[in-house]
Write a protein that binds this ligand. Structure first.
Ligand SMILES: [Ca+2]
Length: 160
């Protein structure tokens, strides 16, 4: 198996995404095309990740567009798009890492890892305090898993 260098891999992804975004095949993508492309990326990420990433709104996309449109012609060519993707995956040395998707994912994961065990611990303490003996044989991990399941159900209900 050929081990791909991260930079090369990102360039490959950027190339295929650019083709996917460039709906009319002009070699340049406009704000609407960029938005569609980003929604596709977020959809893929949300299917693959245990956390939900909120897809960007059109205003955010327009701001991104403005930032990476180096020659100011209102569209992104491949080079400009590639810089944008490199920032989003945290590979652009000229950009802040806090702008990247891995940072957002990391933050969400940390939040989740910190929050659910805490909630589970709280529930367990409450149950034990309420005289629910036997509850303390349930490992915190199992309880945390349960709390997460309930939270997911609640999220589904809220969305429908
Ligand atoms: Ca441009």
């Amino acid at each position: 198996m050929v081990r791909l260098n991260k930079t090369v891999l990102v360039e490959k992804i950027a190339k295929s995404s650019f083709k996917e975004c460039d709906l009319d095949g002009t070699g340049h993508i406009d704000a609407k095309e960029l938005h569609v492309g980003l929604l596709l990326v977020y959809d893929k990420l949300n299917k693959a990740l245990p956390v939900y990433l909120k897809p960007p709104k059109h205003d955010t996309v327009r701001a991104l567009m403005k930032k990476y449109d180096a020659d100011g012609n209102g569209t992104l060519d491949f080079h400009e798009f590639h810089q944008c993707v490199r920032t989003m995956v945290g590979l652009n040395e000229d950009a802040k890492f806090t702008d990247s998707i891995p940072f957002v994912i990391g933050r969400r994961m940390l939040f989740k890892m910190a929050l659910f065990p805490l909630v589970a611990f709280g529930i367990k303490k409450l149950l034990v305090a309420a005289g629910g003996d036997g509850m303390d044989v349930i490992p915190n991990g199992v309880l945390s898993f349960g709390v997460e399941g309930v939270a997911k159900l609640a999220a589904v209900k809220l969305r429908t």
